[in-house]
Write a protein that binds this ligand. Structure first.
Ligand code: MN
Length: 587
């Protein structure tokens, strides 16, 4: 259990890291939250405000700006007290109201097993794209919740721990907030792998202590060498590996602790990049390096931007020791990741930050996209292109993201209406729309949807397509579907004829009946045959058009992609895995 925190302790902490913080605002946010939550208790029995104070504390540790810390104090006010978002807006202005609202929305993410994992991550990304600070508050909130897991029933504790390592720590990792990632994982560890945790702690505890004492002896040797070369280090310290990280590493080394050389690593922090390489030379002069273990993450940063030099040497008494060398700035960024960037641009606020991301030099911008691509590979997403598309920051400008009641994200242009939403779900849903519920309330079909709303389409059995919808729909997808549905309503015969060849079919849906191995493409009109609905996609490489000779290829993430039979790309891919070829035909 954590100690009880007071507001003045929090204020001291903030003063330490950011003396120019807006203390008037912070004090006001504290008083507001304290009053709103007064009388409420956490499951642990402590006053609720403790949770708010600790959340704010972790944000202060990340050295975030005053608005974010204030949001940390206020983050549960809407969900758990009678206060509304309007109240917050009146008291604290738009910026903080928006942040608090973002967190309240994310609060509705419920972990429902791995299958909803990606949707949840998408939601996180949506929120992130709007304002990255929402996620930082969410991480701080989670960090405190993880400290009081022990009072929950074991099953629930385990579920939350699992959710933490599957949703929250990957985000912390991708944002480069290593410190947060390590802490969250270590808190989750005993709940997700209790036996392994016990074993590891019993194995490692002594070793950690011995290693630290050993490094205490090594430190002056390094300092002396640095002095003779007139390098003034910012700091020489050692850092014990987080338990969960160590556990994951051990699994790769047959659980043999003797093979892990960075149990406790020595870290040398200097001022400049030149000094980093000089120090690496000095270290290798003192102790012989292990071949193949010198890593230059300065020249070749990790995908999340991590920079450092790593080397493993036969150190004093022949002990194998990992040494990390980096600049002060690299160390800051390694520990605080994206939060470090936030602090640098605090004065200019959100706009400057977004601008910074969007106007990065091309190679950096590419790295950001590449990083998402990598991540999404890890996730084995159901439709990676969609995912990636919706993640491009500069793509977000004029788009809104709304959710289905199941939590799937539908991305639409600004001013889209429930009609657009319905046709994006499915033509059948669109055609049968009678009304729409937004956040539980019925709204008119001509109303504009707003970012973050949960939209539910109420349908009836018979088709209900209305010419007026053409004016309501904003997306070309919905408009073209409405047009063809209207045509069919006027002329039911047309339904049976093949659709006329448009420039490129806009959207295709399809079905496959397992066993039959025949995929039918239906243009503009989805149809269900057999059990399993498979996604069909026209290959970008050869862009088949109606009438072309076509052939399908099963892809891991996207269902079946349809190529021209003559497509070179297809021929190459099918040679590699002939079992993935499936016949398809136009309908
Ligand atoms: Mn909370």
């Amino acid at each position: 259990m954590l100690k009880e925190l007071t507001y003045s302790q929090l204020e001291d902490k903030i003063r330490q890291v950011n003396p120019s913080a807006n203390f008037e605002l912070l004090k006001k946010a504290y008083s507001y939250a304290e009053e709103a939550h007064r009388g409420q208790k956490r499951k642990s029995g402590e006053p609720y405000i403790q949770h708010c104070l600790w959340t704010a504390w972790y944000l202060a540790e990340m050295r975030l700006d005053s608005s974010t810390i204030a949001t940390g104090l206020l983050h549960d006010v809407i969900d758990d007290t009678p206060r509304t978002n309007e109240d917050i807006k009146k008291e604290f202005g738009k910026e903080i109201a928006k942040l608090v609202e973002g967190i309240t929305k994310l609060g509705k993410i419920k972990y429902r097993g791995i299958e909803r994992h990606i949707e949840n991550l998408r939601k996180m990304f949506m929120a992130m794209a709007e304002d990255i600070r929402v996620i930082l508050v969410k991480l701080a909130d989670r960090l405190h919740n993880m400290q009081t897991l022990n009072i929950l029933p074991p099953e629930k504790a385990q579920r939350i721990a699992l959710e933490t390592v599957e949703i929250f720590t990957p985000i912390a990792y991708r944002l480069g907030i290593w410190e947060m990632k390590g802490r969250l994982e270590d808190l989750a560890f005993p709940y997700i792998h209790p036996k392994e945790y016990q074993w590891l702690v019993s194995q490692v505890k002594d070793k950690y202590e011995r290693r630290q004492k050993y490094l205490e002896r090594v430190k002056p040797i390094i300092l002396k060498e640095l002095r003779t070369e007139k390098i003034d280090p910012v700091e020489v310290l050692y850092r014990a590996k987080h338990y969960y990280g160590l556990f994951k590493k051990l699994k790769r080394y047959e659980m043999n602790l003797n093979k892990v050389y960075d149990l406790v690593a020595l870290r040398i922090i200097v001022n400049t990049v030149e000094e980093c390489y000089m120090v690496l030379g000095l270290v290798h002069k003192l102790w012989k390096p292990l071949p193949g273990r010198i890593k230059d993450y300065i020249a070749l940063p990790k995908p999340n931007g991590y920079q450092s030099l790593h080397t493993t040497v036969f150190c004093e008494e022949g002990k194998i020791t990992e040494i990390q060398i980096r600049t002060k700035k690299m160390n800051e960024e390694a520990e605080r990741g994206i939060a470090a960037h936030w602090y640098y641009s605090e004065q200019k606020g959100l706009k400057a930050y977004i601008k910074k991301i969007v106007t990065l030099p091309p190679e950096k911008k590419f790295a950001w996209i590449q990083q998402l691509r990598d991540w999404q590979k890890e996730l084995d997403s159901a439709s990676p292109n969609e995912f990636l598309e919706s993640l491009k920051i500069d793509f977000f400008k004029d788009r809104i993201f709304v959710f289905t009641p199941k939590g799937d994200v539908i991305d639409l242009p600004e001013n889209a209406t429930p009609i657009d939403f319905a046709y994006h779900i499915h033509t059948d849903v669109g055609d049968r729309t009678v009304a729409a519920k937004v956040d539980g309330k019925i709204i008119a079909l001509d109303q504009n949807l707003k970012n973050g709303q949960v939209v539910e389409i109420i349908t009836r059995k018979e088709k209900n397509v209305n010419r007026r919808w053409l004016d309501l729909a904003k997306t070309s997808l919905a408009k073209s579907k409405i047009k063809s549905s209207l045509r069919r309503q006027l002329n039911p015969e047309e339904e049976k004829k093949p659709p006329s060849a448009g420039p490129t079919p806009e959207k295709t849906k399809s079905t496959i009946s397992p066993g039959k191995k025949k995929v039918k493409i239906v243009l503009g009109k989805p149809e269900v045959v057999g059990q399993k609905q498979i996604k069909l996609k026209l290959a970008k490489c050869c862009q088949p058009r109606l009438g072309d000779d076509i052939i399908g290829l099963v892809t891991r993430a996207e269902g079946v992609s349809v190529h021209k039979k003559s497509c070179e790309n297809f021929q190459r891919l099918s040679k590699k895995s002939p079992q993935k070829v499936v016949p398809v035909e136009w309908r």
